[in-house]
Ligand binder design. Structure first.
Ligand SMILES: Nc1ncnc2c1ncn2[C@@H]1O[C@H](COP(=O)(O)OP(=O)(O)OP(=O)(O)O)[C@@H](O)[C@H]1O
Ligand SMILES: [Mg+2]
Length: 258
């Protein structure tokens, strides 16, 4: 059974005749450790789909199964627990709290975690070190650059070490160099085993994914899994020693659905 299963997802906004399906019957499966890109025109339904996958936005019909759990059959509280334990989010508009320091922003998701404050600080430090921002931990968001804000948002999204990371245009407004840094960071998390689903408009960013889901008018237009897997593998092979796990992943890559 696949790690994430989206089965006939539909999300309609509005009522009766005026209802519009932002997501109109989308099905796919994602394996553990996949790096999936979601592309498509503005208004195609990408963020809506990501919201459904993030247990934040119930579909009008269809099912989302993650790790054998039927997410929208859970009650509100259980679903919130699931979100906390399973998911990291990176939103395009960083959502940093302006009056909290970098460190405090990163510690936010840990508010609900039962652990000593010292332990939480340690976790936040580890996350900040991973994005290379430990030395700016005491600054406020308006004292760091846009790219650094993005990295704080990433540190915050991984501070509780979630198995799944959902990112909505994580490099939306960043320059090429910073974008590359962020993407290399995400690639590193992915290679450490994190499953990543990332919405992006940028082909350069999408290239980091093993597989691209292309959404058009709320439907899945294309699933480029195999080709992407091969390209990624070739790219990795050029960059470093071939990774057996990467190789195995291609063999295990799921066939396009639908
Ligand atoms: N809460 C809402 N109420 C009504 N319509 C909505 C709502 N959220 C999104 N929509 C509509 O659903 C469609 C898909 O929106 P969505 O935000 O998923 O697009 P997107 O692919 O993420 O676009 P972009 O690339 O611009 O972010 C759009 O037509 C949008 O106007
Ligand atoms: Mg969007």
């Amino acid at each position: 059974m696949s790690y994430i299963i989206a089965d006939k997802l539909v999300k309609k906004f509005g009522k009766g005749d005026a209802a519009v399906a932002a997501v109109a019957d989308i099905s796919f499966q994602i394996e553990e450790g996949d790096f999936v890109g979601i592309m498509g025109e503005s208004g195609a339904g990408k963020s809506t789909l990501l919201g459904i996958m993030g247990a934040m936005n119930a579909p009008t019909s269809g099912q989302l199964i993650v790790d054998d759990i039927d997410i929208y059959s859970l009650g509100q509280e259980q679903r919130a627990d699931f979100r906390r334990e399973f998911l990291g989010f990176i939103f395009q508009s960083f959502h940093l709290v302006p009056y909290l320091t970098v460190m405090e922003n990163v510690m936010l998701p840990l508010v609900v975690v039962k652990a000593a404050r010292n332990k939480k600080r340690e976790m936040a430090k580890v996350a900040l070190a991973q994005v290379g921002l430990l030395e700016k931990a005491a600054r406020l968001p308006n004292q760091i650059s846009g790219g650094e804000k993005e990295r704080v948002a990433i540190a915050r999204s991984i501070v509780n070490e979630p198995p799944v990371l959902l990112a909505d245009e994580p490099t939306g407004n960043l320059d090429t160099k910073t974008t590359r840094e962020i993407m290399e960071l995400l690639l590193q998390f992915n290679q450490e085993g994190m499953t990543i689903v990332m919405v992006t408009h940028s082909p350069a960013c999408a290239n980091y994914a093993q597989r691209i889901l292309r959404v058009t008018d709320g439907r899945l237009a294309e699933d480029e899994s195999k080709q992407r897997s091969i390209e990624k593998w070739e790219r990795n092979e050029r960059k470093r020693e071939p990774l057996l796990s990467q190789d195995q992943k291609i063999v295990a890559a799921s066939p396009p659905i639908g």
